[in-house]
Design a protein around this ligand. Structure first.
Ligand code: ASP
Length: 330
C-alpha cells in the first residue's frame, strides 16, 4: 500500500477562464485536480496540496528548490510516491533540476496538460491519473524524476517539449522514452539505472546565463555577459555539433579562466562533437580555449546542470568533472 501526495504548481492543467474572453489563468487547487478523476482507485491514502499557482514560465529556480524541500518533507512523513502538476512550458527544466537532487527511491512523477480543463478532450485528468499510477507502482522506484504525458513515461534527463500546442508535445530524443502506460500500469523498457544525485542544494541566488548563437549574432552580448553580468557561468546554444563564430570563440577564450563557459548544440538532437572539426570556433578549438562541451545535454538542460552543480556546495575545482560525468548518454 503506497501513500501518495499530489502537489500542484499551476499551469494549463489548473487553468480556467475568470471572465469570458480574457483567457485562462491558473486557479484550480490540487484537490480540484484530484476530484477531476473520480473513478481513480487507490488502496493507500492520497493527499493533495496546492503548493504554487503559477504559469510555469514564472516559476523560478528558487521556487524549484522550495518544491524539492516540500517533496523531501513529504517522503520523510511517509509518502511512497509524489506527483507534481505544473505547466508544460518549463517541465523539462523543472523535472531535470529536481532529478539532479532527488536522492530518494520514491517515485517523483511530474505531469501537466496541453488542453485546459474546459476544452473538449482535456488531457489533464488522464495525465494526472497516469502519473498517479506510475507513482504508486513498485517498478517506478529508483528511477529518479519521471515525466508522464499522454500515456508515455519520460526520464527528466531526456524529456523536452517539442510542440507548442499538440497533445503529443513531449519527446525524449536520443535517450528514448522509459515506458508507456498500458492498461493502467507502467510498462518499462529497461530496469532502473544507477543514479548519482548531487549534494545540496545549499544556495539559489546565483545566475547562469544562456544565449543562442545565430547567423552573424552579436559577439558583444557574450562579452557583456562574461564581464558585467555577474553570472556564475554561461551557456551558449551553439551551431551544429557545438560551434560558434571565430569572433565568438575569441571572446569565449578570453573568459574561460574566470567562469565556466559551456557550448551546447542548438539543433534539438544529437551530441556535441569532440574530435572532428578544427576551424576557429569548432568544438576542438573551443575545448583548447577552455570551453566545456555539453555532450548530449540540450542548452536548457546544460544551464540547469551548471546551476545545480554551483548550488551543490561542491568545490568549484570539481565542477567541471561533475558536469562532464552527466553529459553522456547514461
Ligand atoms: N501552456 C502552459 C502549460 O501547459 C502554461 C504553463 O507552462 O504554465 O501549462
Amino acid at each position: 500500500m503506497v501513500n501518495l501526495v499530489i502537489g500542484s504548481l499551476g499551469g494549463t492543467i489548473a487553468m480556467v477562464e475568470g471572465k469570458q474572453g480574457e483567457g485562462v489563468t491558473p486557479s484550480l487547487s490540487a484537490k480540484a485536480l484530484l476530484a477531476s478523476i473520480p473513478g481513480f482507485r487507490h488502496e493507500g491514502s492520497i493527499e493533495a496540496e496546492t503548493v504554487l499557482q503559477l504559469p510555469s514560465a514564472s516559476l523560478t529556480l528558487a521556487d524549484v528548490v522550495k518544491v524539492l524541500e516540500w517533496c523531501r518533507a513529504k517522503v520523510e512523513a511517509g509518502a511512497g510516491g509524489i506527483v507534481l502538476t505544473q505547466g508544460t512550458d518549463t517541465l523539462e527544466e523543472v523535472s531535470f533540476l529536481l532529478d539532479l537532487f532527488w536522492t530518494s527511491d520514491a517515485p517523483l512523477v511530474m505531469t501537466g496538460a496541453m488542453r485546459h480543463p474546459a476544452s473538449a478532450g482535456a488531457d489533464g485528468p488522464a495525465n494526472l491519473q497516469a502519473a498517479l499510477q506510475v507513482a504508486s507502482a513498485p517498478e517506478s522506484r529508483g528511477r529518479g524524476v519521471l515525466v508522464v504525458m499522454n500515456d508515455v513515461i519520460h526520464a527528466a534527463r531526456w524529456v523536452s517539449k517539442a510542440d507548442a500546442l499538440s497533445v503529443q508535445a513531449f519527446v525524449s530524443v536520443d535517450g528514448g522514452i522509459q515506458g508507456r502506460i498500458i492498461e493502467n500500469k507502467p510498462a518499462y523498457f529497461h530496469p532502473p539505472q544507477a543514479r548519482s544525485p548531487l549534494p545540496g542544494p545549499v544556495g539559489s541566488d546565483h545566475k547562469v546565463g544562456l544565449m543562442v548563437c545565430s547567423l552573424g549574432s552579436e559577439t558583444d552580448l557574450i562579452e557583456h555577459a562574461a564581464t558585467a553580468g555577474n553570472y556564475t557561468g554561461l551557456v551558449l546554444a551553439g551551431f551544429g555539433a557545438g560551434h560558434v563564430s571565430a569572433k565568438d570563440a575569441d571572446v569565449i577564450g578570453r573568459h574561460t579562466s574566470r567562469l565556466p563557459i559551456i557550448v551546447a548544440s542548438r539543433t534539438g538532437g544529437g551530441r556535441t562533437a569532440a574530435a572532428t572539426y578544427g576551424f576557429p570556433g569548432s568544438e576542438m578549438d573551443l575545448a583548447k580555449r577552455g570551453a566545456w562541451l555539453a555532450g548530449w545535454l540540450s542548452p536548457v538542460k546544460a544551464r540547469i546542470l551548471l546551476w545545480a552543480i554551483s548550488a551543490s556546495g561542491l568545490d568549484s575545482k570539481d565542477w567541471r568533472s561533475q558536469f562532464e560525468m552527466r553529459t553522456g548518454a547514461n
